[in-house]
Design a protein around this ligand. Structure first.
Ligand code: ZN
Length: 281
């Protein structure tokens, strides 16, 4: 409705109560929109593992920016069938859910300490339903999660968490090395951290420039107004430098071709998993 610059001006002009009301109205509008599509997009072509509904199509999401095409960035850009009209889940959240069910034991009876950074709404809802989990969800922005937390300064002791979910977060953090070392520190030996990012297939080296700070410039250079870099293949080295041992999974490791299409997963999207060896090294 408004450009980003106009929104910044409006924030300064409008009193906070009116701003809260505006956000409530935005959320209400989104819910009404989903309710409308839930009815009009009935069908059997697509299936959502969260709400377990089927639809004739999902809703599109993402922007078709030249920089994302140029570097072949997976997990960013315009996707035709991305958002489930039933619950609002996105393609990468559905993929993550498949990974968690198959590769982590998070839904077993085992009591586990789980840290979920910038929590995806549907995953958060599912994880909260499992009382055996000590489930902590956190975000830098107040009110966006149950705990406010800066991941470059995590207020938990060493080796506290069995599983960490930190997806599409590191590309926002100026000092990502510090964040990676903190995540590694609070992970238990034998535990795993799931660390998805938008990943540029065509980039050997990550592109970043701290001098680029304006939202419009960041969108042009890094593919989103609040991203500070685009990760290339050296993303793995950065994680290894923080201490992690890395494995990479794709949808093809988790689902057959039919289910990948049915859930509209991104076939070549990478799930980066960082392990801490049992020795802690
Ligand atoms: Zn759904």
């Amino acid at each position: 409705m408004f450009s980003r610059r106009q929104k910044e001006w409006l924030k300064k002009l409008i009193p906070p109560t009116a701003l809260t009301l505006y956000h409530h109205l935005q959320r209400l509008f989104y819910k009404v929109k989903l309710a409308y599509y839930r009815i009009t997009l009935r069908g059997n072509t697509y299936y959502c593992p969260f709400c377990k509904n089927t639809f004739s199509r999902f809703l599109p999401d993402g922007k078709n920016l030249p920089v994302l095409n140029q570097y072949r960035v997976i997990g960013g850009g315009y996707r035709t069938n991305c958002i489930c009209p039933g619950c609002g889940s996105k393609d990468r959240e559905r993929l993550l859910y498949c990974y968690l069910k198959q590769k982590t034991g998070i839904f077993s009876e085992k009591p586990l300490h789980v840290l979920h950074i910038a929590p995806e709404a549907n995953l958060k809802k599912v994880l909260k339903q499992h009382p055996q989990l000590n489930y902590i969800n956190a975000d830098l922005n107040p009110g966006a999660a149950d705990v406010q937390m800066d991941i470059t300064d995590i207020p938990y002791s060493d080796a506290f968490f069995d599983i960490i979910l930190c997806n599409h977060v590191l590309e926002h953090i100026p000092n990502d090395g510090l964040a990676m070392r903190q995540l590694y520190r609070v992970l238990k030996p034998g535990g795993q951290a799931i660390l998805q990012v938008p990943f540029a297939e065509a980039l050997e080296h990550t592109i970043e420039n701290p001098a680029i700070t304006h939202p419009a410039d960041r969108e042009t250079q890094f593919g989103q107004f609040d991203h500070v870099r685009i990760y290339g293949h050296d993303y793995l080295n950065r994680l290894q430098n923080a201490g992690f041992t890395i494995a990479v999974f794709t949808a093809a490791n988790l689902q057959n071709e039919i289910d990948i299409k049915k859930m509209s997963l991104i076939e070549n999207e990478k799930i980066f998993v960082g392990y801490k060896n049992s020795s802690g090294g």
